[in-house]
Structures are given as C-alpha cells and as structure tokens.
Ligand binder design. Structure first.
Ligand code: NI
Length: 253
C-alpha cells in the first residue's frame, strides 16, 4: 500500500492493524555512462513497492535525494549536506510518529547515506532520552537495510557478475533499474565494452577528486553486463530478503 495513493481514512485504518512503515531512501547521482542518475532511489523504491503490495505494508514516498557530495562533479547529481539529510529524516519520522507509526524501516539504495542515517537515528533516540521529543510521540525504532544486502541478492550477484560487480554503478543495481524501466534501459545500455572494462577502485573524498580518480563515474564495476533478465531475479530476491527483515524488525521485542 503506497501512502501517496491512500486516503487519510485508509491510513487511519492501517494504523489500527500495524505501526510499521517502509521508507525507501536513495540518491540522485551519476551512475556511470550506462546507468540512470536516479538508480539509487529507483532500486529501493521498486523493492519497497513490491514488498508493500505483496505484504500489505504501508510505503512512504521515496526520499530521492541523499548525501552525494562526492558525485557533484558529474552533471545531474544533487546532494543534501549530511546536516540537511538528518533534518529531513527527523521531520519525516516525527510527522509519521505523530499519527502513531512506531517502526520505521528505511529501505536504502545508497552507501553514502548510511553514516548520515545512523546519525539521524541517534538524534531521534536522543530526543526520547533527553525528553525533548513531542509529548505525543510514541516510542519509536528505526532500522536501515540496504536492498542489496540480503543473502538472495548476494548469491545472484556473485553467480552472475562475480568480480565485475564493483561498488558503484554496479552491474546489479543497473540490472534492477533495466528491469523496472525496460524502455529507458534499452536506450542507455551500451552495445560496446567500456574502457577500462573494470573501473578503478580507490578512496572517496570530494567531488573534484572523485572525478579525477573515476573519470566515467564507475567504481570497480562492469555495468555492461547488466540485463533486465538478471534484474528480474534480483528484484524477486530483494523483495524476499527485505520482507524477511521487515517482519523480523516488527516482531522484535
Ligand atoms: Ni548506486
């Protein structure tokens, strides 16, 4: 069930049977020459919508812009500063908590968000511990899970892509978006190998340094191996992986 397509009485009725919500969170940033700028938001959104539909779980609007300062050397990338993203997460959670939501499952698509989300969760718990949360806020818990981190997805990635998976503009994430958006995927898919075939690896600093180290935007990957067919398998695996983790999160003491 998507929050944006629900009426308020439907949300009220949902809250009588569940206090959990899935919040897809991603980023808007370059994904190499053959991947969409929206990849990191589109992937968790697809998985969240699948989970929501199959399990009857409420899915919040996707937080599509994340902490991506290091990608700003490439056209199209948009970044929130860490402090801005923390403020967005706090206001989103506190708004939903006011209605009675208590368990917030952030389904993440971008490694660069992880540290900032951990800080945002600590800020939220600090509001409870210091007594500065709104008087009407229920006890809340937040969880972050990356769509690619389950056993099912990891097994497919290892089997199909092995060392060509890489760590940015990965063959898996590009496959998942080609599955979700096949016509656009056919438009951007490269018929030629990229050069070098496997992108370089290295540390991440600021935008200028990133562009110098990783001139076409990829890190360690060969996304020309991506396909909608593998994307379909990854989608099924991630929906299953994330459903299991969401249910376990809700069932926690
Ligand atoms: Ni990505």
């Amino acid at each position: 069930m998507r929050l944006q397509l629900a009426t308020w009485p439907e949300v009220e009725a949902y809250l009588k049977q569940s206090r959990g919500i899935v919040i897809p969170i991603g980023s808007t940033e370059q994904h190499g020459p053959t991947g969409f700028v929206g990849t990191d938001a589109l992937c968790p959104e697809l998985v969240a919508w699948g989970l929501g539909e199959r399990e009857g779980v409420m899915v919040a609007p996707t937080l599509s812009i994340g902490m991506a300062q290091h990608h700003l050397g490439f056209p199209g990338s948009i970044s929130l500063r860490p402090t801005t993203l923390i403020a967005v997460v706090l206001d989103t959670v506190n708004s939903l908590a006011r209605h009675g939501f208590e368990r917030f499952f952030f389904l993440n698509g971008h490694g660069g968000n992880i540290a900032t989300l951990a800080a945002a969760f600590s800020e939220l718990y600090a509001e409870s511990s210091l007594g500065t949360a709104g008087h009407n806020r229920p006890p809340i818990r937040c969880r972050l899970e990356n769509w690619w981190d389950g056993e099912g997805v990891k097994a497919i990635s290892a089997e199909v892509f092995a060392e060509s998976e890489g760590s940015h503009a990965t063959a898996s994430e590009v496959s998942l978006t080609y599955y979700g958006y096949p016509e656009d995927g056919a438009r951007v898919k490269s018929p030629e190998p990229l050069s070098p075939r496997l992108a370089p690896c290295g540390p991440i600093y600021d935008a200028e340094d990133y562009r110098r180290r990783f001139p076409d935007g990829r890190i360690g990957s060969d996304p020309t191996l991506a396909s909608a067919e593998t994307g379909a398998r990854l989608y099924e695996a991630s929906v299953a992986d994330m459903t299991e983790r969401y249910q376990a999160f809700l069932a926690e003491d």
